[in-house]
Write a protein that binds this ligand. Structure first.
Ligand SMILES: O=C(O)CCC(=O)C(=O)O
Ligand SMILES: [Fe+2]
Length: 165
């Protein structure tokens, strides 16, 4: 335990968690729980998907954005959906078909929502989070995927406490 110079009710535990014993995916329990829920109950195209991967993105305000792109699929299970969970302030997701430069579909993604980006859509449309027109606070998205080259999710998640008082 390290004192930090305040009254002793505040202190710093530099190695409270030994992250070597976590699967990277399971380091944040909330994300692991969401993934477990999706893996167990979210059916798309008539089947469950092995949701085993998550990426968090923080948009600190309306100026943070991502331009039109398609998601790379080199490492994902063929045909699997990409699941975008939103938290915090709503932001627009724009989708644009590759075949028509003039068409744009806009979805306002609100906190707690899940946007399901199907494999076909990803192959034939691009998507973006444009700069927000109005002042807006922060948003976090968590994008879940079914990755082929996964770490073995049947192994237990170890939670080893190494701090001793
Ligand atoms: O944050 C989002 O909702 C989408 C971000 C995105 O498209 C990406 O990271 O590939
Ligand atoms: Fe994307």
């Amino acid at each position: 335990m390290q004192r930090v110079g305040t009254t002793p009710d505040s202190f710093y535990l530099p190695d409270y968690f030994d992250l070597r014993f976590y699967r990277p995916f399971a380091r944040v329990p909330f994300i692991a729980q969401l993934a477990e829920e999706l893996r167990s109950n979210f059916r798309w195209n008539g089947q469950l998907w092995n949701i085993n991967h998550a990426i968090c993105t923080h948009y600190k305000d309306g100026s943070d954005n991502i331009g039109f792109h398609d998601d790379k699929i080199r490492n994902i299970t063929p045909g699997s959906p990409i699941l975008i969970f939103s938290l915090g302030n709503s932001r627009d997701l724009q989708l644009k078909p590759n075949s028509d430069a003039n068409k744009v579909v806009t979805v306002s993604m609100q906190s707690g929502s899940l946007f399901v980006l199907g494999a076909q859509t990803n192959a034939s449309w691009k998507h973006a989070i444009p700069v927000a027109k109005d002042t807006v606070g922060s948003r976090i998205s968590i994008i879940f995927r079914d990755i082929k080259t996964e770490i073995d999710t049947t192994k237990p998640v170890y939670f080893k406490k190494i701090w001793r008082d």
